[in-house]
Design a protein around this ligand. Structure first.
Ligand code: NCD
Length: 321
């Protein structure tokens, strides 16, 4: 297989989270992803780098962007890609997560991409299998490839991450996207703020190196980047907001609240966006400001980079055995 002879600065077997990664490791993943942006814009998007390798997408939670972009990423690198959705798997017949993992492990996959509803579900699985594991989102814990694709989008638009004022707004409490982004952006030297009602903030937020705001106009003042988050109703047990109407009034991004940010501030959203809840429809569609579609494009490049690097690390590990 024709990997670059130089080993990447990211040498881990798995990609389970951003927490604990160094700026060098994050930069290695982003630089590799950057190479794929051009390839993905050509008519022929395919290479043979992962020919003979098997990637299994194992999704215990619904997904549109993450699952399809991992599938495309694997196929564009020439790997065989299998998609398993739990809706029609043996999990429905009572099989445990570990039994499913061991069954898949026996088929000798090279990379498992796992999305699981429980924080730590992906880590548990990674401990049981012989292949590389990528976390496609575990509960409200981490979603590393989302943070990487967000960082790539920002870096391409602004040329850097360091020093940028970035506001992450909305349901921070239930968001793995927020957690991974906070770890990545703080590590890379950005100045991160979170803007949310008290009920939608984790009690440990103060330890994450961010400034906390409860008012959108205060939080968005002079920001370079605004990341909006969906209300993760599927993870809520109880009422966290008085009503959708009131939430939109105080925390929904509209032109009025946006007016205090830098005039060229970029608007981001990991999707799926709920129009009229956390973001005004016209703002989401304002492509002079919104880079939501670019985030999706960068997602494929980032996932190709992660597959490439983990496959290379696995090959080196196998060769040294
Ligand atoms: C996010 C997720 O699944 O955590 N979506 C995504 O991966 N693009 C955010 C969300 O579901 O709101």
């Amino acid at each position: 297989m024709a990997f670059d002879s130089a080993t990447s600065d990211f040498t881990d077997r798995h990609l389970l989270g951003i927490e604990g990664l160094s700026p060098i490791e994050i930069t290695a993943l982003l630089d590799t992803a950057e190479r794929y942006v051009g390839q993905n814009r050509q008519a022929n998007k395919k290479s043979e780098l992962l020919q003979g390798r098997t990637v299994i997408n194992l999704f215990f939670e619904d997904s549109t962007r993450t699952r399809t972009s991992f599938e495309l990423a694997g196929k564009r690198l020439g790997a065989d890609v299998i998609n398993m959705s739990v809706a029609n798997s043996s999990i429905k017949k009572g099989e445990t997560l570990i039994d499913t993992a061991m069954t898949l492990n026996a088929m000798h996959p090279d990379i498992l991409v796992v999305r699981h509803g429980e924080a730590g579900g992906t880590q548990l699985l990674a401990e049981k299998v012989h292949c590389a594991v990528i976390n496609g989102g575990d509960g409200s814990h981490e979603h590393p490839t989302q943070a990487l694709l967000d960082a790539l989008t920002i870096r391409r638009r602004r040329g850097k991450l360091e020093g940028l004022k970035i506001a992450i707004c909305g349901d921070i409490l239930h968001s793995r996207v927020a957690r991974s982004n906070i770890h990545l952006l703080v590590t890379m030297g950005a100045r991160v703020r979170v803007v949310a009602p008290l009920t939608l903030l984790p009690s440990s937020i103060g330890k994450l190196g961010v400034d906390v705001f409860h008012d959108m106009k205060e939080g968005l003042t002079d920001c370079d980047i605004i990341m909006m988050l969906r209300l993760q109703n599927e993870r809520m047990n109880g009422n966290f907001i008085p009503s959708i109407r009131e939430y939109f009034l105080f925390f929904g991004l509209d032109y009025d609240k946006l007016s205090v940010a830098k005039p060229d501030a970029l608007i981001m959203h990991p999707g799926p966006a709920n129009r009229g809840v956390e973001i005004d429809s016209v703002v989401a569609d304002d492509f002079s400001r919104s880079v939501i579609r670019e985030q999706v494009e960068m997602g494929v490049a980032v996932r190709m980079a992660c597959l490439e690097i983990l496959a290379q690390n696995l090959q080196e590990e196998r060769e040294t055995l």
